[in-house]
Design a binder for this molecule. Structure first.
Ligand SMILES: Cc1cc2nc3c(=O)[nH]c(=O)nc-3n(C[C@H](O)[C@H](O)[C@H](O)COP(=O)(O)OP(=O)(O)OC[C@H]3O[C@@H](n4cnc5c(N)ncnc54)[C@H](O)[C@@H]3O)c2cc1C
Length: 549
């Protein structure tokens, strides 16, 4: 097999790249995905999300290694293994983040990634189905929608938040620079009744193009080099081990765990790590798999009275009614994803903008990652520190392509904002506006918890502290974005991960910016072959110019 571009991984990034690169009928692209087709209905019915987190076929079944910071717990780490990747199993929340996050990227040296630069790409990517407003795009691939329903339990949370001084924002994606503490209704990557995954919105329209070949159930083992140039990848499927050659580029979009793992399996990484795993060093690059960041969430639930929650709606006659509503009107709880409303709040005195996000659901869950609803009415708030201070790593530990990258993190030691913030959901959940409804169910970790005791309590926290399923890793600390691409070119023909973000995580959700990022990345890959005339895009294209031909 041979193509101009070989893309590894058909997740959020890979699907966008495959679509954009095949717009030119003269460019041949092969997209290789370890998972299968996205036929499972649980993927497409939004509420099916709850059943996918530990799905045997549709996820990789990763676990973070047990860590003292998590009280010795090895936390499950869901990642999609199917067309659409994690966009086929995620919580569907569409929030772009604060303008200041992007401006900060630009300040770090990533010129062209400030808010004013990326906003046109958000709009270009988006097909907003709500009321037409300037901040949303309507012509793009990614269908986004307002919630189909605004349950009373969430109204009560929003009301309580306003009483605590949070501003209600009618559109959570319309945050001006300088916005303070706020709360609003989530928006979703959903079109009508169905999830708008990257596979549905980007890959499906490109599938019929003769210049795109999609290979599923194919596990990539390694990138093949000719000297320092990436020229092919080796993968296995039922028929055995095969090789696909790339005459232009190999694009790694295998995700925050898959991409560094694959680089390491290919001999690109820290020599010590590679040698320990018995892998010959082809290109020493210390940062591969380092600086791993994620959003670590502490879910807090309480039982409520006089309010309807999903705990009851998901049972018996109520559930049958929900199914009918979904089928007939495309509305109701079957269209819900992970959360329905979201607050962002500044809790650290040194932060210039909100530093904790908390998402709320009109449901409560039994302890553990897998969402099993409580038997009594309840609601849940899940805060995470937007700019995590902890760092971890993804480290290969055997030279085998079994997709067993090790993800280890030390995080709780630096969860300062979370220690303080755990107060807020409690206040929201049992605040005046709510107290007529709410009663706290489990003791939350004390906001005064400090040091080792505090860490233990956070780690303990009734098993409520989980990975928030949005990791991002950065293979070079302090590295600048344009620099990343240039340095990747040291190996030639290889873009190690097109969706890699600069040094700091966005404060909100990482899926959404990924679309904007990947929607513009092909321009960088194609460089001056397809100048769009945009100053910033052109700049990025030029930055990687030398490696393009
Ligand atoms: C449970 C969950 C809930 C989330 N909720 C939200 C949310 O509500 N809102 C939001 O904005 N973000 C959310 N996210 C985050 C968001 O979905 C991800 O950040 C995003 O999808 C990652 O895109 P990606 O392209 O980097 O990786 P992925 O989408 O994970 O794609 C990587 C692909 O590469 C494939 N792959 C990996 N290794 C190999 C290999 N060796 N050979 C072949 N193929 C390989 C994988 O199977 C996968 O298909 C959530 C994520 C998860 C897991």
């Amino acid at each position: 097999m041979q193509a101009d571009y070989v893309i590894v991984g058909a997740g959020s990034a890979g699907c966008v790249l495959a679509n954009r690169l095949t717009e030119d009928p003269g460019t041949r692209v092969i997209l290789i995905e370890a998972g299968g087709r996205d036929w499972n209905p649980l993927i497409h019915i939004p509420v099916g999300y709850m059943k996918l987190l530990d799905h045997k076929q549709l996820t990789w079944g990763f676990k973070a290694e047990a860590d003292p910071g998590t009280n010795g717990r090895a936390i499950a780490y869901p990642r999609g293994r199917v067309l659409g990747g994690s966009s086929s199993i995620n919580g569907l929340i569409y929030i772009r983040s604060q303008p200041e996050d992007y401006d900060h990227w630009a300040q770090l040296g990533n010129r062209g990634w400030g808010w004013d630069d990326v906003l046109p790409f958000f709009k270009r990517a988006e097909r907003w189905t709500g009321d037409e407003v300037e901040i949303h795009g309507t012509e793009g691939n990614l269908t986004t929608s307002p919630m189909t329903e605004r349950p009373e339990a969430c109204h009560a949370i929003i009301e309580a938040a306003q009483q605590l001084g949070l501003e209600y924002r009618p559109d959570v994606n319309n945050l001006p620079r300088g916005a303070g503490d706020s709360i609003g209704w989530c928006q979703q990557t959903r079109g009508g009744r169905l999830r708008a995954s990257a596979a549905v919105t980007y890959l499906r329209p490109a599938k019929k193009r003769a210049n795109l070949q999609i290979v599923t159930n194919a596990l990539v083992h390694r990138v093949v080099f000719d000297g320092k140039r990436a020229v092919a990848v080796e993968f296995s499927r039922q028929s055995g081990v095969e090789r696909v050659d790339a005459s232009r580029e190999v694009l790694l979009s295998a995700g925050a765990i898959g991409s560094p793992h694959l680089l390491q399996l290919s001999g690109v990484g820290g020599p010590e790590v590679l040698q320990k795993a018995g892998i010959a060093v082809r290109h020493a690059l210390l940062g591969v798999g380092r600086n791993f960041q994620d959003h670590y969430i502490a879910r807090l639930s309480c039982y409520v009275r006089d309010l309807e929650t999903l705990n009851e709606r998901a049972r018996g006659f109520g559930f049958a009614n929900e199914i009918m509503r979904y089928l007939v009107q495309g509305k109701g709880m079957m269209t819900f994803g992970a959360s329905l409303c979201a607050a962002s709040v500044k809790v650290l005195p040194e932060s210039a903008t909100p530093d904790v996000q908390c998402v709320f659901a009109p449901a409560s869950y039994k302890p553990g990652l897998i969402r099993r609803l409580d038997d009594r009415p309840g609601i849940t708030g899940g805060p995470w520190q937007m700019r995590p201070l902890s760092r971890g790593y993804v480290q290969v530990h055997r030279g085998e392509p079994a997709g067993t990258g090790r993800a280890e993190r030390r995080r709780v030691a630096r969860l300062r904002a979370l220690e303080r913030f755990d107060r807020l959901p409690r206040e929201l959940l049992v605040h005046d506006g709510q107290s007529r409804h709410g009663r706290r169910r489990r003791p939350a970790p004390s906001p005064r918890a400090r040091g080792a005791a505090g860490r233990r309590r956070l780690g303990d926290a009734g098993g409520q502290l989980d990975e928030h399923e949005r990791p991002d890793d950065h293979d070079r600390r302090e590295r600048r974005d344009n620099d990343q691409i240039k340095r990747a070119r040291e190996t030639g023909g290889l873009i190690p991960d097109t969706r890699r973000f600069p040094r700091c995580l966005l404060q909100y959700l990482v899926h959404v910016p990924r679309f904007a990022r990947c929607d513009r990345q092909p321009v960088a890959i194609l460089g001056q072959q397809q100048p769009l005339g945009d100053q910033s895009i052109h700049g990025l294209g030029q930055a990687c110019g030398p490696g393009i031909t």
